[in-house]
Design a protein around this ligand. Structure first.
Ligand SMILES: Cc1cc2nc3c(=O)[nH]c(=O)nc-3n(C[C@H](O)[C@H](O)[C@H](O)COP(=O)(O)O)c2cc1C
Length: 264
């Protein structure tokens, strides 16, 4: 399947087959995709614990809590707890040296360039270390890794849905993750029970209200030919709500005995 179609089919899938474990190799593939994602200065602060419902200790399963639509955590065969380790910023100097050695900074490690790196770049980064460890840049790059993992999951026939939580510290504590780390998101992963369309392409803000050319307020031109091409390539799919969605939801809720799934 072409990348455009995968992007178009990636959708939050809340209804997963609770009885069907996910092969560790597939979660590994998600992690492999996350590991090679881009990260500022190659710091790589993204970390994760994959919790397999069928083998994890009950105490760990009980610790997983979300504020909104949290019932997904009780049926998902795997919950990936993605977190950020901001202390990786301490390794920034070494990561930059590595990048220079392999020519990824746009220049090689000749003497003069090496001393510029050692005397200018690395000290400059050290000076703003606290800013770099604060929530911000690292989280953005962690998100890029998680996005790649999500596309990989789709490609492997898996469904997934991210869940936020205000109980991040407590969850990481039960998992034994060092206390300086920050929980980013939980991601339920499993084989989908719902159709891949999951009710259709979810509504999005108009293109014209999001992107600008040259200056703010000057809408980025949206060519209809491009829209048509992406529609042909299946990146754009039927918009929600699909006529069969209400019946699908009713069926899924009955199958999973979600008496009152509501928001919790
Ligand atoms: C950062 C992030 C946090 C999210 N948190 C939750 C959550 O706590 N509970 C939930 O049910 N869905 C959560 N979602 C899923 C979104 O609600 C979902 O992306 C949205 O409904 C649009 O659907 P789509 O992803 O299929 O386009 C989250 C998604 C993201 C990206």
């Amino acid at each position: 399947m072409e990348l455009r179609e995968v992007i178009g089919r990636r959708r939050s899938i809340r209804f997963l087959r609770p009885y069907m474990p996910v092969e560790p190799e597939k979660i590994q593939m998600m992690f492999e995709a996350a590991r090679i994602a881009t990260h500022w200065g190659n710091v790589q602060s993204l970390r994760a614990v994959a919790i397999h419902r069928h083998t994890a200790p009950q105490e760990v399963l009980d610790a997983l809590k979300a504020v909104v639509v949290g019932w997904q955590l009780r049926i998902a065969p795997v919950v990936i707890v993605w977190y950020c380790d901001p202390e990786q910023v301490e390794e920034q100097g070494n990561r930059l040296r590595q990048l220079m050695d392999v020519g990824a900074l746009g220049f090689g490690p000749e003497d003069v360039k090496r001393s510029t790196l050692e005397e200018k770049f690395i000290p400059a980064f050290k000076e703003i270390k606290d800013f770099l460890k604060a929530p911000g840049l690292n989280e953005i790059d962690c998100g890029q890794g998680m996005a790649q993992a999500t596309l990989m999951a789709y490609e492997l026939g898996l469904g997934s849905c991210f869940l936020g939580t205000p109980d991040g510290d407590a969850i990481l504590k039960v998992l034994g993750v060092p206390s300086h780390c920050r929980l980013l998101l939980m991601q339920c992963v499993g084989y989908p029970m719902e159709h891949w369309e999951a009710g259709g392409q979810r509504p999005r803000q108009p293109f014209e209200s999001l992107f600008w050319m040259n200056t703010y307020g000057n809408p980025y031109p949206r060519s209809q030919a491009v829209v048509d091409e992406l529609t042909r390539d299946k990146m754009f799919t039927r918009p929600a709500p699909l006529p069969e969605r209400a019946a699908e939801l009713e069926y899924l809720e009955r199958a999973l005995k979600l008496k009152a799934p509501g928001l919790f």
